[in-house]
Design a protein around this ligand. Structure first.
Ligand SMILES: [Zn+2]
Length: 243
């Protein structure tokens, strides 16, 4: 090997190492952004450690025109749930949001526009969170307003804002209808298989796409009841933890 190819070999090794490092960093960022159980700052929960057979149903997005159907079903089953609502939807459907609060459900913050909250400025984060808080307060929700990032994504600016404002992030440990379109029966089966005492179940019952989730609700609730579970809001679940 002459000196020239030797230099070239070193450079290509360095380049390969650099590319590998970049890929690792990207992979690390991706995992950090999507992590269910970790964020860089602020409190995050994805379930609660308890021996009690309690579970929290959480509904993401909305509200929309399906609110009466969902409310009736939950009333029929005697279940209170936690709704991570989108601020702009709350403003578009103020009666729906007020009805949710009036029936004893908990409203929580899922941003104003449901944008990806990664690589965003601190000002954007503050705007997304505060406008949604204001809409939730106008709907009548009192007490702590919990937060869940759209599609669970968070990186730096969002966790730092949440930590600064003593806000708790709520993720989930059961997700039967995320990113796929299972049948109602499949949703019920996944929930029964994955739920443990203290689980936080993520469901998407809104829009036309939430059809199968709405159809699964009754079976899902009665299935868990048969196994001895009772249903609480996320704040009630979090309160159980400190007992
Ligand atoms: Zn969402």
């Amino acid at each position: 090997m002459n000196a020239k190819t030797g230099t070239r070999g070193r450079w290509s090794k360095l380049l390969a190492a650099f590319v590998a490092l970049l890929l690792l960093a990207a992979l690390g960022l991706y995992q950090l952004m999507n992590a269910r159980t970790f964020q860089v700052a602020g409190e995050l929960v994805n379930r609660v450690a308890t021996d009690e057979k309690v579970v929290a149903l959480t509904f993401d997005d909305g509200p929309d025109e399906h609110t009466p159907e969902i409310l009736d079903l939950l009333a029929e089953q005697g279940v209170r749930a936690t709704f991570f609502v989108i601020g702009s939807k709350v403003e578009a459907q103020p009666q729906a949001a007020r009805a949710l609060v009036a029936r004893g459900h908990q409203l929580a913050n899922h941003t104003y526009t449901h944008r990806r909250m990664v690589f965003v400025s601190a000002a954007t984060v503050a705007d997304e969170v505060q406008r949604t808080d204001a809409a939730i307060r106008r709907a009548g929700q009192r007490g702590e307003i919990l937060f869940r990032p759209p599609t669970g994504k968070k990186l730096l600016a969002l966790p730092l804002y949440l930590a600064d404002h003593h806000r708790r992030t709520v993720m989930w440990d059961v997700e039967p209808d995320s990113g796929t379109t299972p049948t109602p029966a499949e949703i019920v089966t996944t929930v029964r298989e994955k739920t443990e005492p203290g689980s936080i179940i993520l469901l998407h019952p809104w829009y036309a796409t939430g059809r199968n989730t709405r159809a699964a609700l009754r079976g899902l609730i009665s299935g868990l009841r048969e196994e001895g579970y009772r249903f609480v809001t996320v704040s009630e679940l979090l309160a159980l933890r400190s007992r």
